[in-house]
Design a protein around this ligand. Sequence first.
Ligand code: AMP
Ligand code: MG
Length: 365
Amino acid sequence: MSAGGRVLAVPATADRDYPALDRSVRDGFAIRAADIPGPFKVSGEVRAGDAALVELHPGEAIEIMTGAPIPAGADSVVMIEHVTRDNGNIRHEQAATEGQFISRRGEEARAGQILVDAGKRLDYSDLAVLASAGRASVSVFAKPRVAILATGDELVDISAIPQSHQVRNSNVYSLACQVARAGGLPEVLPVARDQEQHTRELIERALTADLLLLSGGVSAGKYDVVERVMADLGAEFFFDRVKIQPGQPVVFGRVRDRFFFGLPGNPGSTMVTFEIFARAALELLAGQKESVLPFALGRLTEPFEHKPGLTRFLPARLTGLGDLARVPWKGSSDIPAISRANAFLVADADRERWNAGDTMPVLLK
Ligand code: AMP
Ligand code: MG
């Protein structure tokens, strides 16, 4: 029960054929297709849970329920809705093919076959498969520990009453939620001041975790010290700028054998860059074989224009019918707008204008 959401470490195989015998997928009658249209003499019944003991002879029909074993001698099932009754006999006027409404032994899986691969994040259908195969316990990968380190002299704890020049440290909360959702164990560190020595001390503490997420301190400002501190620690940088908005200054690297992301501190940038980059890294680190961003397509309810050059991820609402509307927002710090959105529309860097009715990809929240 507790394996849902965890990543399977050892493949799970089928303990027997699925289904274990030929069985009916309809309520009706087991017959021989060659005897159609009848009349058929109803010679017995077989229910789900009965062992396959009854036998069908030419000209006979055996009443059968969904899930019940196909009697020996029968080669098809006809639906109860399609038979007519006539003095204890039945008739079936429509044609029927051999094998219809029969689920064959082993057609879903053969004994010994892999049912769920290692590296799969277990969803509800996987739990049903494992339960069917009698797997009361399974091996899963440990959750990666993810250190979350916010930087910024303006930050105060959420229990504080901030002065007008201060903001509450909300990023560690959104990140902890995103980390948990992606299968990691969030560990929030104290806020690092915008000062090299203090930031370095906290990064060194954070490096006991499997992955490090920093928020803030990666822009071009004089007090954005994260990259400098990382370079001093001998970090390797894979990228430190991406042509997206929000989130352009995002940094990805490795330091002392640990991967880290320097996520820009504006809350919208932090959220979007986590989803686009850090989430995949975390999922792969957690043992998943693949990581897929949840994109969908929406139909714009209004025209949309932007300045080409950057791919933009903007808060939007997608309805159940596929209509896509922007949520007005004032930029990367506008958390209430992101909260009202259920997706980010994705505006291609190479295109300037979309008309109402055009489709556009969205990244689901
Ligand atoms: P930075 O990326 O460090 O330049 O931060 C940009 C802006 O994001 C800051 O001016 C803050 O308003 C905001 N910010 C940074 N860190 C956080 C945080 N942990 N929680 C909420 N807002 C933040
Ligand atoms: Mg800062």
